[in-house]
Ligand binder design. Sequence first.
Ligand code: NDP
Length: 327
Amino acid sequence: MFKGILITRGDAGYQAQVQQIDESVLPEGDVTVSVEWSTLNYKDGLAITGKAPVVRRFPMVPGIDFAGSVIASSNPAWPIGERVVLNGWGVGETRCGGLAELARVRGEWLVPLPHAFTARQAMALGTAGYTAMLCVLALEKHGIRPEDGEILVTGANGGVGSVAIALLAKLGYRIVAATGRTAEAAHLQALGAAAVIDRSELAAPGKPIGKERWAGVIDTVGSHTLANACATTRYRGAVAACGLAGGMDFPATVAPFILRGVTLYGIDSVMAPLAVRQEAWQRLGQDLEIARLDAITSEIGLAEAIEVAHELLAGKVRGRVVVDVRR
Ligand code: NDP
C-alpha cells in the first residue's frame, strides 16, 4: 500500500481523495519510482476537479509529472537509486501519475534528474517550466534575438508564464507580461518583466491585423488573446502557443500569416521526443536563476492538493506549487 490521491467515478460521482492505495492499481511498467515531489499543473487541476475529461481511466492517480528515485527496475538504463524526472506521456491521464508515493512507468519516458536541480526544484519547474522552455526554444530557433524587440508573455502569473518570464529575462529579452492580476505587477517586474499590461487589452475580439508590436509571443491563454497576439506580431515574428487558460478556440484570420509572414508554433510537452526533453531540461539548468525559481514556488502537502487544484483553476495561484507527496 502507498499514499496518494485517487480519483474514482461511481455511484457517488467523480471523487478525488487522499488515501492508501493498493499497489495493484499501478499499471505495467519496467521502472518503479519512489516519488519525492510532484506538482500541480493546470491539467492536474482539471483532472482533480473533473472540470474537463483529462482522466481517461478509473481509478486514477493524477499528477502529470514527478521526481524521485528508482526503487525497482528491469530496465538496464535505470538502475536502482537513479534520480529521475517524468513529464507527460499520458501519466496522470491514462495511467497512474505522480501525486502519490509510488509510480510505475516505462523507462523510455524518464529523463535523469538534471544535476543543476534538486528533486524539489525540478518539480518547482515541472511540466509548466519545461513547457516554458520549449516555448523559449521555439522562439530562439526561429531566430528571434533580444535586440529584435519585445516578447509578449500571456498568463504571466501562471506557472508557464512565470517561468517563461524568468528564462527570457536571464537571456536578455525585454518582456511585456499580460495578466489579469495587475496588482502583482511588482512581482512580475522582480521576475524580469519590463512592463505589465492588463490582459483585458488582449481578451476582446480584435481586428484581423493590428499595429506591429511583438518580436515574439509566448501564449498560454488561447482564444481572442492568441488571435490578437498574432495580429500584432511584427513582420516575420513568431508566436509559441501552448495553452488554453482563456479558451480552446482560435478566432483569427490568416492575415498575420500571409501579410506579415508571422509563424505560429504549436508547443506540446506531453509526447515531445526524448531529445527535445533532454535539450529543454539541459537549458533549464543553464538558463534559470534558482533564486527566481524559489521566488515563484510555494509548497503544499498531498492533503492540500485537492483544495489548491480548485484555486489553480480559479486563477488564484501565483507561480508554481510543489507537492510533498510524503506529507
Ligand atoms: P496556471 O493555472 O498556473 O496559469 C494559467 C494563467 O492563465 C493564470 O494564472 C492566469 O494568469 C491566466 N488565465 C487564467 N484564466 C484566464 C482567462 N479566462 N483568460 C485569460 N487568462 C487567464 O497554468 P499553467 O501555467 O500551468 O498552464 C497554462 C496553460 O498552458 C494551460 O492552459 C495549460 O493547459 C497549458 N499547458 C500546456 C502544455 C502543453 O504541453 N502544451 C503544458 C503545460 C501547460 P494571470 O492571472 O496572470 O492573468
